[in-house]
Design a protein around this ligand. Structure first.
Ligand code: NAI
Length: 305
């Protein structure tokens, strides 16, 4: 989509080629949706083994879609999967693949220094028109962007888990993000078939967004449970049947990943140490120390097959 009013036609080109860094549950989910909607996707992670697992995960997820969508037409289903998978390639070297990309979307580990290192390095090799975006749940976009020289082409694109199912995308602009960039991110979200909402960054640099509400409830639930006010099973049932949540808070934490949840909680504790609601959770810390990260490792608050 070229919009006529801008002074720079290059920047307004629609996002067609996407490099997604991090092939975990979010990166793979975003890659699946982008490839399904006709975008050319390169998925990047630290090693081949992870990437093969991500690609297999995407294919498995597409097979479930096909089972419903093409129930009576297995050939058309197989063709659909082949077409989508042809839009996805994998790489362990981000710097070598960003040369023709319109958007670098990062969904790696929730750690500011690592994200800054990644974007700082890619800033030197990516084309001028390339937009950078982070899927971070808790880190200030302004802090991540500060490692680059493209503050006007940097924003947040915050997806929800599981990405193929969840319709919402939060588009986050900092005070330096250009209107062109913000519009491109909104248009890209729509092209993915999602419904974007615009989030304003507060003085802290963290967007005023859904994730605060989404995470406050589970963190409060852990505290209730730690104080012995209710079992995790009962709290999950209460929130599902009483508040209409699709998942209970402990189920949600296991789904999000307890390692990611701990990064988020630690960040909040650091920013607001005096707040009694923002204290570290012994239970969460213990599970993470034991490598029990939730569904992805087979055990978290609950055990999985
Ligand atoms: P994950 O642990 O499933 O996947 C992260 C992936 O990044 C791993 O495959 C890891 O090998 C890879 N990685 C780590 N460092 C890397 C590097 N330097 N270069 C390339 N790849 C690297 O994590 P998940 O859940 O997908 O989260 C990723 C990001 O998305 C985090 O920033 C998180 O805050 C955010 N997010 C997570 C949500 C969730 O429900 N899990 C929801 C919305 C956002």
């Amino acid at each position: 989509v070229i919009r006529g009013l801008s002074s720079s036609a290059v920047r307004n080109a629609a996002i067609k080629h996407v490099t997604i860094i991090g092939g975990g549950q979010m990166g793979a989910g975003i890659a699946q949706v982008a490839a399904t909607t006709g975008h050319s996707v390169v998925l990047v992670d630290t090693n081949e083994e992870i990437l093969k697992k991500s690609a297999k995960g995407i294919e498995g997820s597409l097979k479930r879609v096909v089972k419903k969508k093409f129930a009576d037409k297995p050939d058309a289903g197989a063709e659909f999967i082949a077409k989508v998978m042809a839009n996805v390639s994998i790489s362990t070297d981000a710097a070598s693949v960003v040369g023709s990309t319109d958007l670098v979307l990062e969904a790696i580990v929730e750690n500011l220094k690592i994200k800054q290192g990644l974007f700082g390095a890619l800033d030197k090799v990516a084309p001028a028109h390339t937009i950078f975006a982070s899927n971070t749940s808790s880190l200030p976009i302004t802090d991540i962007a500060s490692s680059t020289s493209r503050l006007d082409r940097f924003g947040g694109l915050h997806f929800f888990n599981p990405v193929p199912m969840m319709k919402l995308v939060e588009v986050i602009g900092t005070s330096a993000t250009s209107q062109d960039t913000f519009d491109s991110l909104l248009a890209f979200s729509k092209a993915l078939g999602k419904t974007p909402v615009s989030c304003k960054v507060r003085s802290s640099g963290i967007p005023y967004d859904t994730i605060h509400y989404v995470h406050h409830m589970p963190f409060r639930s852990i505290r209730l449970h730690e104080r012995g006010h209710g079992s995790k099973e009962d709290i999950d049932i209460a929130m599902k049947l009483g508040a209409g949540y699709p998942m209970g808070p402990f189920e949600l934490l296991d789904y999000v990943g307890l390692d990611t949840a701990k990064f988020i909680m630690d960040g909040w504790v650091e920013k607001d140490p005096g707040n009694p609601l923002m204290q570290p959770s012994e239970m969460l810390n213990k599970l993470v120390a034991e490598g029990k990260f939730g569904k992805k490792t087979g055990e978290g608050f609950y055990k999985y097959k």
